[in-house]
Design a protein around this ligand. Structure first.
Ligand code: HEM
Length: 181
């Protein structure tokens, strides 16, 4: 498989980034959902949020690299059999996933750093706090983070179902392309 995207399929870099991000997003959602129900006396009470935050910061970097790569190597154009509505829906849907993920990660950062403390990423490096002056920052960012996480995960499932519909009902190459085929 070639590294770069071509006119007919996604290349190795875009395919790897797509599936890495997909696994990370579903994994972070499951971890976040589980950790908010932990009791103070659980051994995971502090460890789980630290893992969640560390992966969130790494995901931000991966998403920034993904956007940069998208600019260097643009995705293949829409399939010729896709009508105007499908093309618009896919563009809007992908834009929502990109933008939504950045807002989601930024809100997570603003919750964690609201008290002025930075985020240690697996003890390897620290991302310092910056904005700490938004009124009720932790609560406001927390609400955005929670609702947006649900919206993105539900939307990602619909996006996956749309890809399966293209594959099994329309029998076009949409799904195969994101596997580099
Ligand atoms: C959290 C999970 C996911 C996220 C955040 C996500 C995000 C995205 C984004 C942003 C794109 C556009 C890529 C670009 O052109 O720059 C894309 C493309 C695509 N995704 Fe996903 N995705 C997820 C899960 C899935 C799943 C589970 C499937 C399939 C079952 C899937 C199938 C596809 C396909 C087929 C394309 C290419 C569409 C085309 O060629 O126009 N995605 N995804």
């Amino acid at each position: 498989m070639q590294w770069r995207n071509s006119a007919v399929r996604y290349g190795l870099v875009s395919v790897s980034l797509h599936w890495l991000v997909a696994i990370a997003v579903f994994g972070l959602f499951a971890l976040g959902f589980w950790m908010v129900g932990l009791s103070y006396y659980s051994g995971w009470y502090q460890t789980a949020p630290n893992i969640h935050k560390s992966i969130g910061i790494l995901l931000f970097m991966v998403m920034a690299a993904r956007l940069l790569w998208r600019w260097i190597s643009p995705p293949p154009p829409a399939l010729s059999e896709h009508g105007r509505l499908t093309r618009i829906a896919s563009k809007l849907g992908h834009s929502f996933l990109y933008l939504g993920l950045f807002v989601l990660m930024t809100s997570g950062y603003l919750i964690s750093t609201a008290d002025g403390r930075g985020i240690s990423v697996f003890g390897l490096f620290e991302v310092p706090a910056s904005v700490t002056s938004i009124p009720n920052q932790g609560d406001v960012a927390g609400l955005i983070h929670e609702y947006l996480a649900w919206a993105i995960v539900i939307f990602a499932v619909l996006h996956g179902l749309a890809a399966l519909k293209h594959h099994f009902i329309d029998r076009d190459r949409t799904l195969l392309r994101i596997f580099g085929r």
